[in-house]
Design a protein around this ligand. Structure first.
Ligand SMILES: [Zn+2]
Length: 213
């Protein structure tokens, strides 16, 4: 998920850079981000049953890739071309986590609109209604049961990332007219035609920069 638009918590440049630096370890590389039209984004992912170094490595790759992008607040496995049920999140509110085999349950019934973007759909965003509060449960990379409560942006992030693991994108929640317009904007984008892009490339950065307006 990408953070954009009004109403989202925005982290200062300085603390964001510090956070990334603290988690950046030698030898790790970020992965290419899969883009709209890549079939993997429409995959229903598979539950994780073996908690080994491969899953730890996947979690590391997800963090490394998310932190390579200034606006990233969450990333799901399909966004780096993987099909395990795993996502990571850091909504800049002091809670950083990863969830394997996530299940989201509502906390209350309040549904609020809010601007939502996606690192796999650079350059577009749309107001999307989500539960304002929810809980995600699942396992960590060691197979321990974990739970996180979310409100506002973090709750939105949990729902957005779980959607990814079910092959669903936020544009699917839009009225037909809005979705058609977003899809046309993406077809007209400079990045269109690429099924994935390294977030460090100038092309991807330009696509991201365009979102700030
Ligand atoms: Zn997304």
């Amino acid at each position: 998920m990408a953070e954009r638009g009004h109403g989202f918590t925005v982290m200062s440049e300085q603390s964001s850079a510090g956070r990334r630096f603290s988690l950046r370890l030698p030898g790790r590389t970020c992965e290419p981000i899969t883009l709209w039209d890549n079939p993997v984004l429409r995959t229903t992912t598979a539950p994780v049953t073996v908690f080994d170094k491969n899953i730890r490595r996947l979690v590391d790759q997800l963090f490394e890739t998310m932190y390579a992008i200034e606006t990233g607040v969450g990333l799901a496995a399909t966004q780096i071309g993987r099909t395990e049920r795993v996502f990571v999140f850091d909504c800049h509110d002091g809670v950083v986590g990863h969830v394997i085999n996530p299940v989201v349950e509502p906390l209350g019934s309040e549904v609020l609109p809010g601007w939502e973007g996606c690192l796999s759909l650079p350059g577009v965003s749309a107001e999307t209604s989500r539960l304002n509060r929810c809980r995600v449960t699942g396992q960590d990379a060691d197979g321990n049961d974990i739970a996180y409560d979310g409100e506002g942006l973090r709750a939105r992030c949990f729902q957005h990332e779980l959607d990814h693991l079910n092959g669903v994108l936020y544009i699917d929640h839009q009225p037909d007219g809005v979705r058609t317009q977003l899809e046309q904007e993406m077809r007209d984008s400079e990045w269109y035609g690429n099924l994935s892009l390294d977030p460090h490339t100038a092309l991807y950065k330009r696509s991201q920069a365009g979102e700030e307006t």
